[in-house]
Design a protein around this ligand. Sequence first.
Ligand SMILES: [Zn+2]
Length: 372
Amino acid sequence: MARPEVVVGWLLGADLRDPELLAAYELARERVRELLSEALPEFEWKSPYAERRVHLPRGGLDPVGLLEMGVDEKLHRRWDFAIVIVPNELIPRHRPYALGLSSEALEVAVLSTSRLSTGERLVEEIAALALHFLGHLFGLEHAEVGPMRPVLEPKDLAPEPYRPTEAARVRAYLERVVVTRLEEETERWNAVSFYLQTLLQDPGSVFRQVLEHAPWRLPLYLGRFTAAAAVSTVYLVITSDAWALAASLPPAGILGFTLVALFFSTFFLFHGQDLGRLGHERTWREQLARTRIVLFLTLGLGMFSLWALVFALTLAAGAALPRALILQWAGGDATLAFAGFAAALGVVAAAMGGNLEEEAEIKAELFIDEET
Ligand SMILES: [Zn+2]
């Protein structure tokens, strides 16, 4: 029986002409393929090469653009995983500089060789970096030793095969993700049943991926988004009509309004940010559907966190207001109902404000798992 194929495509993302560097990239690509074949011989490892010479080979590049380029190429060429390599610096987000980054959701890693050594050592360093980030794409976490050791400096980089326990985990991961691609079993699906099927196939790992994005941190990162919610809430807290309105609504009405607000703000943000469009191909690819589900749930939980934050702050504000004033405005003690109502409106306001936010900001927060 033929061994199942796993395709790790390499994409050159800049107009690089330096023959020495190009030769090093080529050797590193072959070295990584060898190490993968050694560690996991039950798979047929392919590592095709492609070029997109759209950037000059110098100056800093935005990693989100490179990730998107990788996704495009991966879908177009039907690769399973993609490594985008550039000689440029990567514009870092949380660190002084970045050697590379990975996005498990997109199944793409980006490598920069700008801070690596030259000559023979360069090949080793690229290969080690690629194996580290591929490890993350294969679902591995950091370890004390071996290729999954956290990368601190380029000089620490040395290519090693995955350790047996890691190889076993990668094997299980690849068997699930690559070998049993849903798309091979089914030709045509309508959208809803396809998404449902994708979710139900492995709900545990979908939720694990969602939690890895730490959606509750979303309100903290997206300042404008949270500011829009805060402004609308402050305005509501000092408006007597808002208190009267909230007091007149039945609890079920406020709950229903909250659920609708959460769903629509998530939906609006998801489409407004163009998060659903991760590649140009409009085929029902399972991995793409899975990525969309993860992103939608992450945004949804992020919106819920924002709701909880505004709810708590409104309760606190309500406690700070004179009771006599609230009784006069609402005709009773309506702080709880009011907080629920204000939080739901705040979430809607945030979705509107969040759409003005720089698109790259949200994408980077959602997509990039590790920057090293
Ligand atoms: Zn790492």
